[in-house]
Design a protein around this ligand. Structure first.
Ligand code: NAD
Length: 445
């Protein structure tokens, strides 16, 4: 059986060794429990100036039945700090004064969420500096948080305040367990933000297409979307037909065997979803491959196959999918931190995943997409425990697992939960974003 550092240090000699040597001991993360509460305790809500966004946050937390604390004196489960009215770097003192005492008492797996405004909308250089400073502070807080806690920033464009609930709900919940030190950009929604009638089933009545759904992260995405109410069309290559049908049957969805690189892949998906389910609302481009080699040894086949599966197929399929997806739908792409930080031996993969990130921001702003009220976002997973990473040599694997602020690898469900959040109609203010699901991995931005 493979050595697992995380399990080894949970008890006995492993625990003693880790304590004596000051080595990290991963905390069991708080993940989504459909029967549990949104937050396992009170949320301390405060802010700078009039803190108008904070007042809205308090109002919906109250409606959601979440207890609110007005001071950090008690141990809270989360802190939501509204810095949207910051004018100069001197105002950052409000942030220090609110977060410092909270960090002393915040519960394990606590959340620090700071609300700011986009730098591009600043009305003075000093205000722009102050707004940008928030990101630096929050990323540093992420590295100082203990016991599975996370710190994230939500930047709300002027006039987009009504769209802030969905990202806050996601970040406060167990769905965001492995999302750390990220910046969520909330813009004026591309279509009306619609709260689900039941937050336990935010995708009720939706039809979702997931490529690469036979195993790994894709199967977890299909699981989460189905758990949250969607009918899932599971797509994978014919060679993965057996497991694909198992996933689709387990979830009450349908299976579609095809190679995403085929010229007619997009048309086949449209045909299948229209004839079987009357159309589709969500597309998750998850299918992906690696063919690693140092660039000096990289042949044209390895180069081309990775770019074809991971990037070109998405561009090609979207030509058929974009006109056919229901208005107000959601497209989510699976990138990778290799597309942000680069990886030795992965020039082809890094190129494809960086291309996915570029495509995401451009497609989100495309006039056809905007006119149809569709959101386009991407996730960039870090080290995720899958069959792929289980095969990585021991030392590299343990480094990958531990070199992040949460001292453990993420699970496929962590990637899937973020994709689920991007697929909510309540998340329509969030488009063109790439969010890393990496526990604040110590590589890349
Ligand atoms: P995986 O290899 O376990 O699963 C990929 C699935 O895609 C397989 O079922 C495979 O059959 C399918 N697929 C491959 N080529 C296809 C094609 N041409 N047409 C249709 N289906 C095809 O990989 P995974 O770890 O679950 O990764 C899923 C996605 O997440 C990929 O895009 C990958 O690049 C990305 N990712 C994974 C990690 C990680 O740590 N595992 C990290 C970053 C990004």
């Amino acid at each position: 059986m493979a050595f697992d550092y995380g399990k080894f240090v949970q008890g006995g000699i492993g625990k003693q060794l880790a304590t004596a040597l000051g080595l990290p001991r991963p905390t069991r993360l708080r993940r989504h429990d459909p029967k549990g509460s949104l937050v396992p305790g009170a949320v301390y809500v405060t802010g700078h100036g009039d803190a108008k966004v904070a007042h809205r946050v308090s109002a919906w937390l109250e409606r959601a039945g979440v207890p609110i604390a007005t001071s950090p004196s008690t141990s809270v489960a989360a802190l939501v700090l509204d810095m949207s009215e910051i004018e100069t770097p001197a105002d950052l003192e409000t942030l220090r004064a609110a977060v410092a005492p909270t960090l002393k008492t915040i519960q394990p797996t606590g959340r620090v969420i700071v609300i700011g405004r986009p730098v591009e909308e600043a009305t003075s250089v000093a205000q722009g500096a102050a707004r940008r400073a928030i990101e630096g502070i929050v990323r540093s807080i992420g590295k100082e948080m203990r016991a599975g806690g996370t710190a994230n920033t939500v930047l709300v464009a002027d006039g987009a305040e009504d769209a802030v609930e969905a990202p806050l709900r996601f970040l406060l919940s167990g769905r965001s367990a492995y999302v750390d030190a990220q910046v969520f950009h909330v813009a004026t929604p591309v279509a009306p933000v619609e709260d689900p009638s039941d937050w336990a089933k935010p995708l009720e009545g939706k039809v979702a297409v997931v490529t690469g759904a036979a195993r790994g992260i894709g199967a977890a995405i299909a699981d989460v979307l189905a758990r949250d109410g969607a009918t899932v069309v599971c797509v994978d290559i014919p060679a993965a037909g057996g497991p694909l049908v198992e996933v689709a049957n387990r979830l009450g969805g349908s299976a579609l065997q095809l190679d995403v690189t085929a010229d007619d892949a997009g048309a086949k998906i449209v045909e299948h979803t229209v004839s079987r389910h009357g159309g589709f609302d969500i597309v998750v481009h998850n299918a992906g491959i690696t063919r690693d080699k140092l660039l000096v040894n990289m042949d044209a086949d390895r180069w081309d196959s990775v770019l074809q599966v991971n990037l070109l197929s998405i561009l090609r399929m979207n030509e058929a999918l974009v006109p056919a997806i229901n208005d107000g739908g959601h497209i989510v792409n699976v990138a990778s931190i290799a597309g942000i930080a680069g990886n030795r031996g992965q020039t082809n993969y890094g190129a494809s995943k960086a291309g996915v990130i570029g495509m995401t921001s451009l497609l989100a702003a495309d006039p056809t997409i905007v006119a149809k009220g569709i959101t386009v976002n991407a996730v960039a997973p870090g080290f995720i425990e899958t069959e792929m990473t289980a095969k990585v040599p021991l030392a590299t694997r343990e480094i990958g697992r531990l070199m992040n602020s949460i001292s453990q690898g993420g699970l496929p469900i962590d990637v899937a939960e973020t994709i689920g959040f991007f697929s909510w109609d309540a998340s329509r203010g969030v488009t063109g974003n790439t969010v890393r699901v990496c526990g604040q991995m110590m590589m890349g931005a």
